[in-house]
Design a protein around this ligand. Sequence first.
Ligand SMILES: [Zn+2]
Length: 370
Amino acid sequence: MAILERILTDLGFTCRRMPFEGVENLYARRGTASPNLCFAGHTDVVPTGSAEAWTAAPFEAEVRDGVLYGRGAVDMKGGIAAWIAAVARIGEVPGSLSFLITGDEEGPALHGTKRVVQTLMAEGEVVDACVVGEPSSSQALGDMIKIGRRGSLNTWITVHGKQGHVAYPDRAANPAPVIARLLARLTEHRLDDGYPEFPPSNLEITTIDIGNPATNVIPAEAKARLNIRFNPTHTGDALIAWLNVMAGEAQAESGLRIELEHLCSGDAFLTPSGPFVTGVQDAVEAATGRRPEASTTGGTSDARFIRALCPVLELGLVGQTMHQIDERVPVAEIEALTGVYRRVIQTYFERTAGRPAGLTSPAVQGSAGR
Ligand SMILES: [Zn+2]
């Protein structure tokens, strides 16, 4: 964060460190005019795993045969470096450029982008569009952008019965058939038939636990957990309400108490086709010769928070080695991504402000007097 603050200050940005509960965040902006095009990223990384299994030290950023090795090379310090390099080469834009960089994306994501977005919205900061530098490319640079994500809901189910001897079932209440019936009904229910740009929503039972070692004992309780990946047909709250109704019915039928706990880690969202998405696709195609597929696949990202602020999409490096041992990226690919980002910025301002970016002389790194 200190390095970013120094470089961005040199490039004429006004930097604000925004720490929340010990999480480092940075919002930087150059210019006051609209439109404001934002780049979002994160500096935190997932753990290295066994450091001995790496062929390079995970935090030395070793370049070997033109390939940069290190945790975060792909996800996503490479992306941050590429956007900064693009900004440094492009000079002034007819509007504003900003950075939203967080230190808590791979972790609980409570005090990172979410808090910065809340704060900026409360202050009335206007952001018109945002590119998240996640490694969105699948096989080749620029072959895919992410324009939305499915939502994710986890639910823990506990059915409370009464323990007893299997030979005297009238003195016990078995929770096993109750949870089995409930789970069968939940999985048989068709949530939807899909949504434009999204596959059908999907409910998966992820575990069923009774853990009864005895052959002659009716268990006291039965537990299960499920995960729903859902498209914008649903909200997390609506799915929670449906699950509660289904459990309530099973409870009324069986007379056994059923407890549910839910955790929704993000609602589904989609940045619909429009000038922003099309402009980015055109720019990527112009820079790489490849028109990126607009996809909604994959896990969640901080885009789920930024969408409250403005249209958002993800565009970045090829994600093949992210989160792996020997995470790495060819230096040439970071350079190519810089060219892609530069084109994205130029196209955005050409089409929204009516004037191309970068007509003034390029910013000189470290120059004073801005
Ligand atoms: Zn990431």
